[in-house]
Design a binder for this molecule. Structure first.
Ligand code: HEC
Length: 98
């Protein structure tokens, strides 16, 4: 039993590493956009982000940061993207975008 648990713990570490930073960073988005970016966010007016191109996601996130993009519920996007730098935004987009 103990060896099984050790094996599972090791597997979890390997799996997390294999997904890379994009997957880890995307965890901050799961609550509103779904585990695979498959949900419409709360408020009902966001696009389903896993259907967007990587470039469209980068542009939208930077727009939310700058206050130049968004609809009636854009205030919900301010906090989750506030601390992301350009490289991190690109990693998230590569992970979830088309
Ligand atoms: C608290 C809920 C919440 C979290 C957390 C969140 N979002 Fe959003 N997101 C929204 C809402 C609501 C919208 C639509 C806002 C609007 O423009 O009216 C949106 C819109 C977007 C859009 C644009 C979709 C479109 O309609 O053009 C992208 C891209 C996006 N989010 C990416 C992310 C990423 C990446 C993260 C994680 C770093 C994230 N979101 C975290 C709620 C959230």
């Amino acid at each position: 039993m103990k060896s099984t648990l050790t094996y599972l713990a090791a597997l979890a570490v390997v799996t997390t590493a294999a997904f890379g930073d994009g997957a880890a960073l995307y965890q901050a988005c799961v609550q509103c956009h779904g585990a695979q970016g498959e949900k419409v966010a709360p408020g009902g007016n966001s696009k389903v982000i896993n259907t967007l191109s990587k470039d469209a996601i980068v542009a939208a996130v930077k727009g939310y940061q700058a206050g130049t993009y968004g609809g009636k519920t854009k205030a919900l996007m301010a906090a989750p993207v506030k601390e992301l730098d350009d490289a991190q935004i690109r990693e998230i987009a590569d992970y979830i975008g088309q």
